[in-house]
Design a protein around this ligand. Structure first.
Ligand SMILES: Nc1ncnc2c1ncn2[C@@H]1O[C@H](COP(=O)(O)OP(=O)(O)OP(=O)(O)O)[C@@H](O)[C@H]1O
Length: 253
């Protein structure tokens, strides 16, 4: 196995606050990896650094051997990183199908003129995009609701649609920010199966932030624990969850 993500010495401060300090992580190809820690530990800030929302004060981010440090969000996505958000960010007034097609636009192209004049190439590309989007919706059992407005889906399904849209950009690395937030135990069980399926069938590595320990211990192979912006523990999930420092800092809170 070789690393899909290799991060060293990543740091950012907001005013005097070291939100992320000397963060490091190595994720192998195909790994399902969890990033956990108490509220305010810096987890979402790490995602924002990895995706180009914030520029780090220090450190290096390598994706599949390529230095992507300091690139814009669009460049990072084109390089192969896609994400979902803690607060779902769908295009609520677009259909379920169109939300996925937005993700596909990086890879299927027709010129503005071809689009405006509805030239043959436009129709061909549209047809291919519809087919590909429907395939992705099937994975999440959403193909029956392709024409629904995204905002009319139940909450758990909106989270899954966000994952489908992220996958449409064909990422090498998928970042999920609290995918089970707001889900009931049954929805969480389904989500765990779906995340495993995605990892096994999409040639993608997954890094997820999650507070639901059942999900974390159920599907993550490795964990990094953040506390006050710093790495507190890192390694195999069972070892990390039994680490006394982790129990004191996080699980025992
Ligand atoms: N843009 C910003 N400006 C100032 N402070 C920020 C900014 N973004 C994050 N922070 C601060 O950085 C720290 C880490 O926040 P972050 O949201 O990354 O934590 P988290 O581990 O994701 O927490 P939670 O589990 O509650 O989502 C917090 O103290 C937060 O207030």
């Amino acid at each position: 196995m070789s690393a899909i993500l290799d991060v060293q010495n990543l740091s950012i401060s907001f005013g005097g606050l070291h939100a992320v300090d000397d963060f490091h992580i190595t994720i192998e190809k195909g790994q399902l990896y969890g990033l956990i820690g108490p509220n305010g530990a810096g987890k979402t800030t790490v995602f924002n650094l990895l995706t180009g929302v914030y520029k780090p004060d220090e450190g290096i981010i390598r994706l599949d051997g390529q230095d992507i440090t300091g690139r814009s969000t669009i460049e990072v996505n084109m390089a192969g990183v896609a994400r979902t958000f803690q607060n779902i960010r769908l295009f609520k007034n677009l259909s379920v199908l169109d939300n996925v097609k937005v993700g596909l636009h990086n890879h299927f192209r027709y010129s503005t003129l071809e689009g405006m004049l509805r030239l043959p190439r436009y129709h061909k590309v549209e047809k291919e995009m519809n087919e590909r989007a429907m395939e992705l919706l099937k994975v999440f059992d959403l193909d029956g609701q392709a024409d629904f407005l995204a905002s009319n889906l139940p909450y758990g399904k909106q989270r899954e649609l966000e994952i489908a849209r992220a996958l449409a950009t064909q990422p090498k690395l998928l970042l999920l920010d609290e995918p089970a937030a707001g889900m009931n135990p049954n929805e969480t069980q389904d989500l765990m199966k779906t995340i495993r399926f995605v990892r096994d069938n999409f040639d993608v590595s997954i890094l997820l932030i999650e507070h639901d320990m059942k999900l974390v211990s159920g599907i993550c192979e490795k964990l990094t624990v953040l506390n006050f912006g710093r790495v507190l523990a890192q390694g195999d999930t069972s070892e990390v969850l039994n680490n006394p420092e982790v129990i004191t800092a996080y699980l025992g809170e």
